[in-house]
Write a protein that binds this ligand. Structure first.
Ligand code: DP6
Length: 334
């Protein structure tokens, strides 16, 4: 028997990934940048291999996974099995530190932890760059969760995706003051998943190519603002990119609407707060769902939380700092 356990955290993009140039190899149309969250949004995954196992099996938070969940995970296991030239089947146990179905992006932390634990169990001695390439096949954003701090996922130029991987821009220690205040508005699973939504947008949205041009400019500003850690410079770029992604989503056919009325109310409140303060106190960003993520500095968290608390429909508020990339543990789940 072989056993390995890995831990990985979720990440929230400030320059978003939305669209692939190659849907099979998950090669994104643009580079994306995120911050990896602290252990409040964490997945722990144990992979066990044994000659007696005849199929790959998956448990999430002590419950047997659905066929759909198992299939997506098994495809990553198979990829690693081929690389390791092994025939061993796996039992996988996965646990999130946050409730499943909280509408929080668990695919990034889940596929990052899965990739790490699987590669270790099959004794593939891979570095983080190579791990990020495997993680991206499970979930594009998972490639970024392999690293901590500020991370960029590079699209590369090769057709085979071999130069498409994530890398650290700056370590978490640089962002001790940075916070992400998460406002949970809905706990339902999204109707149209990211992979499907991206395909719809790239093939139908008339402003998608425009977005790619704008993204290049924002990437440059974001990298500079990260290296100097300049929140005043970073905040407008974060909000512009979220708006730009939701614009191309909305003008897709069928139209993809992920934000709800409460999300829009939060967006407006943050714009007004920044205007009245004549400073950027918060920067909103929304993924493929209604939940709001407000990046802010630690000195402004109580102000942001009090605004969110006043808004009807905000079910829960979680405050995250910036955290670590993948790590391994000897305390296994079974
Ligand atoms: C809007 O890579 O998480 O969060 O393949 O469905 O797991 P799946 O998609 P994923 O897409 C992330 C899209 C996003 C933006 C981002 O995180 O960059």
């Amino acid at each position: 028997m072989k056993i390995a356990t890995a831990l990985a955290n979720s990440n929230i993009a400030i320059i978003k990934y939305w669209g692939n140039s190659n849907d099979e190899l998950i090669i994104p149309s643009n580079n994306s940048i995120s911050f990896t969250m602290d252990d409040k949004l964490q997945t722990k995954t144990t992979v066990i291999l044994d000659e007696e196992f005849t199929i790959d099996e998956l448990w999430i938070n002590d419950q047997k996974a659905t066929a759909k969940e198992t299939e997506r995970v098994a495809s990553i296991i198979e990829l690693v099995r081929i690389k390791a030239k092994s025939k061993l089947k796996a039992k996988i146990f996965s646990e999130n530190s946050f409730p499943k179905g909280a509408g929080l992006a668990s695919s990034a932390s889940s596929f990052a932890a899965l990739s790490g634990a699987t590669c270790k169990a099959y004794s593939l001695g891979l570095n983080k760059k190579e791990l990020s390439k495997i993680a991206r096949m499970g979930s594009g954003s998972a490639s970024r969760s392999i690293f901590g701090g500020a991370v960029e996922w590079i699209k590369g130029i090769r057709k085979d995706g071999e130069d498409c991987y994530a890398q650290e821009i700056a370590p978490k220690e640089k962002f001790k003051e940075l916070r992400n205040i998460v406002a949970i508005l809905e706990r339902k699973e999204k109707k149209i998943g990211s992979r499907e939504g991206m395909k719809i947008t790239t093939s139908t949205s008339k402003n998608f190519e425009n977005r790619l041009i704008e993204v290049e400019k924002r990437l440059k500003i974001a990298r500079e603002a990260i290296l100097d850690f300049d929140f005043e410079k970073l905040a407008p770029v974060i909000m512009e990119d979220s708006d730009s992604m939701h614009k191309v989503m909305k003008e897709s056919n069928p139209s993809l609407i992920y934000m709800n009325d409460i999300s829009h109310k939060i967006r407006k409140e943050i714009i007004e707060l920044n205007k009245s303060s004549e400073k950027y106190l918060g920067a909103y960003t929304f993924d493929a769902g209604p939940n709001a993520h407000i990046y802010t500095l630690s000195k402004n968290t109580s102000k942001i939380k009090s605004i969110l608390n006043e808004i009807e429909g905000v079910q829960e508020i979680i405050e995250c700092g910036i955290g670590d990339g993948i790590r391994f543990s000897d305390s296994h789940l079974m």
